[in-house]
Design a protein around this ligand. Structure first.
Ligand code: HEM
Length: 141
């Protein structure tokens, strides 16, 4: 189980690296007004989203699911910290999906949002990371 948990945490770390970096690229992309930068940001965003962010999310879910299999349904029903954690993780997957939509808007030169929006948008995963790690390690309820 500890090997599975180790790989779960490794995948979570790489997922968050991309969850923090992609919206930051959106900040600078929304500020750029020359063709060369615009095309360069599109390539960086696509490679980050498809090459790191999405595979890491899928593997974090795979190893997380594998960890769930070590518990009986009765045990899982009593793990209220896990219910709260998975609710926040569902929000994280929604955030991930919305990043995919925003990436398409930039790809089609159809971004409507300002760099200020993306600066605030970039902060959201921070709150989820802090809450989920405390829930998973401290298991407060
Ligand atoms: C993607 C869906 C996820 C599932 C199904 C899942 C499920 C689990 C399960 C069942 C455990 C084992 C708990 C234990 O036995 O102690 C675990 C451990 C852990 N998870 Fe997740 N998790 C998911 C996502 C995440 C995310 C997004 C984070 C970080 C933000 C995270 C951080 C952790 C940590 C730090 C541990 C180790 C806790 C400890 O050993 O004390 N997990 N996860």
């Amino acid at each position: 189980m500890l090997w599975v948990k180790s790989f779960h945490i490794i995948c979570v770390v790489t997922w968050f690296a991309a969850l923090f970096y992609l919206p930051r690229l959106f900040v600078y992309h929304a500020m750029s007004d020359d063709h060369a930068s615009n095309e360069r940001f599109k390539i960086m965003e696509r490679k980050l989203y498809r090459g790191i962010m999405t595979p890491s999310a899928v593997l974090a879910l795979f190893f997380g699911g594998w960890l769930l299999s070590y518990y009986t349904l009765e045990q899982l029903a009593a793990m209220h910290w896990l219910h709260a954690k998975l609710t926040l993780v569902a929000l994280l997957f929604a955030y991930h999906g919305y990043c995919g939509r925003l990436l398409k808007h930039f790809k089609n030169d159809a971004n409507q949002r300002s760099h200020v929006f993306y600066r605030w948008f970039n902060e959201l995963p921070v709150f989820i990371l802090i809450s989920v790690v405390i829930l998973a390690v401290v298991k407060p309820f």
